[in-house]
Design a protein around this ligand. Sequence first.
Ligand SMILES: [Zn+2]
Length: 380
Amino acid sequence: MQFRDVVGQQAAKAGILHAVQSGKLPHALLLLGREGTGGIPLALALAQYLFCENPSKEDSCGHCPACRKVVRLEHADLHFSYPLIKPERIKGDNLTAEVFGKDFRKFIHQNAYDNLYNWLQYIEAGNKQGNIPAAECRSIIEKLNLKPFEGDKKVLILWGAEYLQKEGNMLLKLIEEPPAGTHLIFIGSEAEEILPTILSRVQTIRLPPLRMEDISGALQQKGIAQDARSASLAAINAEGSFSEAIRLAEGGGEDLFPQFRDWFNALYTGKGIFLTSFAEQLSKQGREGAKAFLQYAMHLLQAALVQHYAPGAPLPFPAEEADFIRRLAGHKSTGVESISAMSEALAHTAHCIEGNANAKIQLHALSIQLMRIARGQVSV
Ligand SMILES: [Zn+2]
């Protein structure tokens, strides 16, 4: 994986490259970001850059023997650690990452943006909770204390830092005084769930949710989405996660705009009959379908607010949506307060539906509320 293959995260990439080039890369890093923001891809790009025999200022070369070994996840000095489940065949306190090494490589090759839940299901965890056991911590210490096999560096990528429980304290000495040329890259998503003793000893690099334009560009470039419109639609609802965007794009990413446009028009014209059938139809799409629609609508309203304050700001939306957003932002009788109130009402309804409230009743109530806001009948 090269930096150029990592979706978005420009600030993190630039910071890491600058640190490596100025010889100030901390020996223990924590890449902290929600799932789908690119912890593993970025860690792999950094490892490849460190091992590359011919790196440029911006990236590893991608074709030297060291690069090729990292791409195959088979570099002898690149080690991985991740949450594990104890299979029946392993007796005693003997569970290390090696047991699932083949599975891990296959899983990451399929999709380096995939999440820990799917990983644990991949190794058939079922309802069992994964962990990084004491034997694995001992194995990490052992591996990193050996001399490098191929050059002068060793890298450990540990995915799921929050899975390190008290056994993780065994690693503190290693983190504080790693053997020469050793780099530890932890990947985590929730700082509060990571051992404070570890958190205080690593340098944290935050990975923010990915920008919509980065997601939609990458979906097209990697050939995951079929066209620009379906890429943008998946990006709108992916909440900054590339793994979620892949899931949405592969699912065909239903075009929500026609339904949204008709609904919004009915709100302004007060077509009660349409609003009743809208609630009925959308509730038939199930809880997830209704939530996806509301989330999509919220994105459009949020974008209209931004557009109101910064007219002409770039709109990473397909043409139809962008046109709607501009018109709503410039609408004479719909002020900022109304758009904010509509957005809040949508969020509230999504929350109620999430909590298993009757979707049809909630959606109908929402339509009535939005209609009154649109027609200026409620003070906001
Ligand atoms: Zn190279």
